[in-house]
Design a protein around this ligand. Structure first.
Ligand SMILES: [Zn+2]
Length: 167
């Protein structure tokens, strides 16, 4: 699994519920297409460059095919939302935990609540840290049909949770 060194903005963060103190990382500006993704439990970060990631394009293509063959109409924004919601299915887990690829809230890594607060802006500082780059080893082992089915199932769930009819 590849790694990357990044300069980050670091925000001191406190959990309102359990009072746990931790650092939240944000990419600096001018990082179009680059994201720091957290594991679904909020504990582990990984890095992805969506412009360079070929699997991201592949999943987008699969979703477009499924939508075009259904009677569902999605706007560009809705399609992008669906893509973010199911893309984790094509990403390897971190220490067995799935990655959150939807626009999720930051969570307390200890108790999991999203009720967290940041220290005032003057506490922001820049730091260089090493992150694992999101990989797709499990995805790459799947056949074309298996990939299609995996995304179709995920998309069906995503559309249901968005109040859309099942495909
Ligand atoms: Zn907490």
């Amino acid at each position: 699994m590849g790694e990357i060194k990044l300069k980050l903005r670091v925000l001191q963060t406190t959990c309102k519920k359990c009072k746990f103190g931790f650092e939240s990382y944000y990419l600096s500006d001018f990082t179009y297409g680059q994201r720091l993704l957290l594991s679904k439990d909020g504990k582990y970060y990984s890095y992805i460059n969506l412009i360079e990631d070929k699997v991201y394009d592949e999943v987008e293509d699969i979703i477009s095919i499924i939508i075009n063959h259904s009677n569902i109409k999605l706007s560009k924004t809705e399609l992008a939302d669906c893509l973010r919601q199911v893309f984790y299915l094509a990403c390897d887990t971190i220490k067995g935990i799935q990655i959150e690829t939807a626009r999720g809230k930051r969570r307390c890594p200890k108790c999991g609540t999203d009720e967290i607060e940041y220290c005032p802006e003057d506490h922001i500082f820049c730091e260089e840290k090493t992150f694992k780059v999101v990989s797709h080893n499990d995805w790459n082992k799947l056949s074309a049909i298996e990939r299609f089915e995996l995304i179709e199932n995920g998309l069906s769930k995503a559309l249901k949770s968005n109040g859309r009819i099942k495909i």
